[in-house]
Design a protein around this ligand. Structure first.
Ligand code: GLU
Length: 309
């Protein structure tokens, strides 16, 4: 695997769209351990790309929640809401390669025209606006989104936890959006621009993002940016099998901080990760000493009844 020797730079990349929950904290702890166990550098980046969903109060709360658990960082990157210029430069580089085109399809049209991709529910773009003429574009009444033309190419990489992965971009997603019709740059473009700007060498995040990693790797290669090592960590599931989400109020940090000390919560997270046989209280620094990715579980984990812990 690339980058196993030398300095590690990792990041926390939370979205301030709600209070963090146990699953966010689980990924954050593993991201921190991946860096601190190697004496590396940790970057915090607030991913507030979508102005409609993100709030500054949540950004402050999530910093406080990370600090409360004992997860620190060395630098804070400029929040995504203030990085439009950098994303615009990456967009222009793709445009200069003839890879970008405007797409006028509405959400309803897209849903009607394409089948959801079985693995993650995203839609495969059928290429409707790929070959419009200038005259056809000029006749469109709506503001376009902007897509990048993907080649019929299989992107392969080895995830540090999930193992070898391969995805044919055209079959899995098709040409994807890099700028929305309201002008907001898409997460895929923002994340590769920001990771490269911060010198990130190790990306640790939830397994739900494994399916978008090939798009990001392809963008990195196309833009001449380095590809970090990836570790996609298990998702935490509620006892009924659903993924924990920010809507699961009983497991959000407000509720968790009222019932747990930081050491007890870290003990629970360490047990869920497979790093300890039980939930005995522990501090993140103590876990860093013996941390190895080979000890981390790779399959999703159901969180039991917290009252019994
Ligand atoms: N901001 C994303 C989230 O909170 C994480 C993106 C990433 O780690 O690349 O789910």
């Amino acid at each position: 695997m690339e980058g196993t020797a030398g300095a590690v730079t990792g990041r926390f990349a939370p979205s301030p769209s709600g209070r963090m929950h146990l699953g966010n904290l689980f990924s954050a702890l593993l991201a921190w351990l991946g860096v601190r166990s190697r004496g590396g550098t940790m970057v915090l980046r607030i991913e507030d790309l979508d102005p409609a969903r993100c709030r500054p109060e949540y950004a402050e709360l999530l910093k406080e929640d990370l600090r409360w658990l004992g997860l620190d960082w060395d630098t804070e990157q400029t929040p995504q809401s203030r990085r439009a210029e950098a994303y615009g430069a990456a967009f222009a580089r793709l445009q200069a390669q003839g890879l970008v085109y405007p797409c006028y399809c509405s959400r309803a049209e897209l849903h009607a025209a394409s089948a959801p991709h079985a693995a993650d529910g995203t839609f495969v773009y059928p290429g409707t606006c790929r070959a419009l003429t200038d005259a056809q574009r000029a006749a469109m009444a709506r503001m376009p989104a902007w897509r990048v033309r993907v080649p019929a190419q299989t992107v392969r990489f080895t995830d540090g936890l999930q193992g070898p992965c391969a995805q044919a971009l055209d079959a899995a997603c098709g040409d994807f959006i890099i700028r929305r019709s309201d002008g907001v740059y898409a997460y895929q473009l923002a994340v590769v621009t920001d990771d490269a700007a911060a010198g990130v060498t190790q990306v640790v995040r939830g397994r739900d993002l494994l399916g978008s990693t090939p798009r990001q790797i392809w963008l990195q290669r196309t833009l001449g940016l380095p590809t970090p090592d990836y570790f996609h960590v298990p998702l935490l599931l509620a006892p009924d099998g659903r993924r924990l989400s920010k809507r699961e109020r009983d497991l959000d940090m407000g509720a968790l901080r009222a019932r747990f000390t930081p050491e007890r919560l870290t003990g629970l997270l360490a047990q869920l990760a497979g790093l300890q046989p039980d939930a005995s209280p522990v501090r993140p620094e103590e876990l860093a000493a013996g941390f190895a990715w080979s000890r981390v579980r790779r399959d999703d984990v159901t969180v039991g009844d917290l009252d019994k812990i």
